[in-house]
Ligand binder design. Structure first.
Ligand SMILES: [Cu+2]
Length: 69
């Protein structure tokens, strides 16, 4: 299962790492790709979108399920 999230508030590679690490820490996540320029995260695995968004928000960034899903 692939979940696409839009991430707001990322401004540099440090932010990308923080978001990536937060998403990888969610149970069920198998792979994470974060695109800084697009403000998007692609998450593979069985984690719920709610859990993924909560993890990102805990790090201080905004998260929403990307349109089209
Ligand atoms: Cu940053």
């Amino acid at each position: 299962m692939t979940t696409e999230l839009t991430i707001s508030g990322m401004s540099c590679g440090h932010c990308v790492k923080a978001v990536e690490t937060a998403l990888r820490g969610v149970p069920g996540v198998q792979d994470v790709r974060v695109d800084l320029a697009a403000g998007r995260a692609t998450v593979e695995g069985q984690a719920s979108p709610e859990a993924l968004m909560a993890a990102v928000k805990e790090e201080g960034y905004g998260a929403a399920v990307a349109a089209g899903q």
